[in-house]
Write a protein that binds this ligand. Structure first.
Ligand SMILES: C[S@@+](CC[C@H](N)C(=O)[O-])C[C@H]1O[C@@H](n2cnc3c(N)ncnc32)[C@H](O)[C@@H]1O
Length: 176
């Protein structure tokens, strides 16, 4: 990662750190379609009680929905303010950088909504490989991404998007 990329990454995390409450206020109405539908579809691909790693849990909104659908969700985030928020709500949460930190596991699935958009192409490759190694064979990966061509890492200020601007991708996440 060069100096410019590091600065972009730090700025994005700092923006979430500063705007965590604002982010919560913007998303507290809960999960809406198409993301709510994707969550239901995702849960149906797994057994009740299946263990899911959600990277970038944010406020924990998606984790609550997935748990209401019978899954067991680990809630890490790279932004300490989100981790503190989830803990204040009574949940176990931890600061975790999916690029470098020990991911634990194994998991039956991974949920990554509007998170990979903040990674460079190279970081995305590394993170997806790392996630695959901690996911059981036939586990499920959900990732929501932005539609479009080319590559551009999203900055936090431009990523306060609504669920409807995201594209859900449901695919296998099997170790290589
Ligand atoms: C748009 S929010 C999505 C939060 C939650 N998944 C949701 O859908 O409401 C993006 C999340 O990615 C996290 N994030 C930002 N940069 C990251 C990075 N470089 N690596 C991992 N997570 C990152 C932020 O802390 C934030 O929780």
């Amino acid at each position: 990662m060069d100096g410019r990329q590091q600065a972009q990454r730090d700025a994005t995390i700092a923006s979430y750190q500063e705007g965590a409450q604002e982010y919560r206020a913007a998303t507290e109405s809960g999960l809406r379609s198409p993301l709510a539908d994707a969550a239901g579809q995702y849960a149906r691909t797994l057994s009740p009680g299946a263990r899911v790693l959600e990277i970038g849990s944010g406020t924990g909104r998606d984790a609550r929905e997935l748990e209401s659908l019978g899954l067991s969700v680990r809630r890490p985030d790279i932004t300490p303010a989100f981790v503190e928020m989830m803990r204040a709500d009574g949940y176990t949460a931890d600061v975790l950088d999916p690029l470098t930190d020990d991911l634990g596991g194994p998991y039956d699935g991974v949920w990554a909504s509007a998170v990979l958009v903040h990674l460079t192409r190279e970081e995305t490759d590394v993170v997806l490989r790392r996630l695959a190694t901690v996911t059981r064979p036939s586990g499920r990966l959900f990732a929501s991404l932005k539609e479009g061509d080319g590559r551009r890492r999203a900055q936090a200020a431009t990523c306060r998007e609504s669920a409807s601007s995201r594209t859900g991708v449901l695919s296998r996440c099997a170790p290589r």
